[in-house]
Design a protein. Structure first.
Length: 103
């Protein structure tokens, strides 16, 4: 999961320069009680060359970042509230209800 935080309401180049992003690996916990989330190298993300996400952070940079908790809060929100992500992570047929999909 690539998570970018910053001024997404503004498409100016200044806003993009103020955004930062991390790449996170997400998988079901062994206990079945939820999901595990781990910071990964941004080069593992298929969005590594995307300029719109802002500055990529390595796991080491992210662990020292003032907004580390925000990155995890966003990933938790996505997992808990996006039916497509939750169904995929749960090993079910991907549920795209409520999404615009051009298939």
């Amino acid at each position: 999961m690539s998570v970018s935080i910053g001024k997404w309401w503004d498409d100016s180049s200044d806003a993009v320069q103020q955004r930062e992003w991390v790449y996170m690996k997400v998988w079901p916990s062994e206990s079945g009680s939820g999901f595990e989330v781990l910071l990964e190298e941004p080069e593992s993300s298929r969005h590594v060359n995307s300029k719109i996400l802002g500055q990529k952070l390595t796991p080491e940079q992210a662990r020292k970042h003032a907004r580390l908790d925000d990155f995890f809060a966003v990933s938790d929100f996505i997992i808990d509230n996006d039916p497509a992500v939750l169904s995929y992570l749960s090993g079910e047929e991907v549920n795209i209800a409520g999404r615009v999909c051009k298939h």
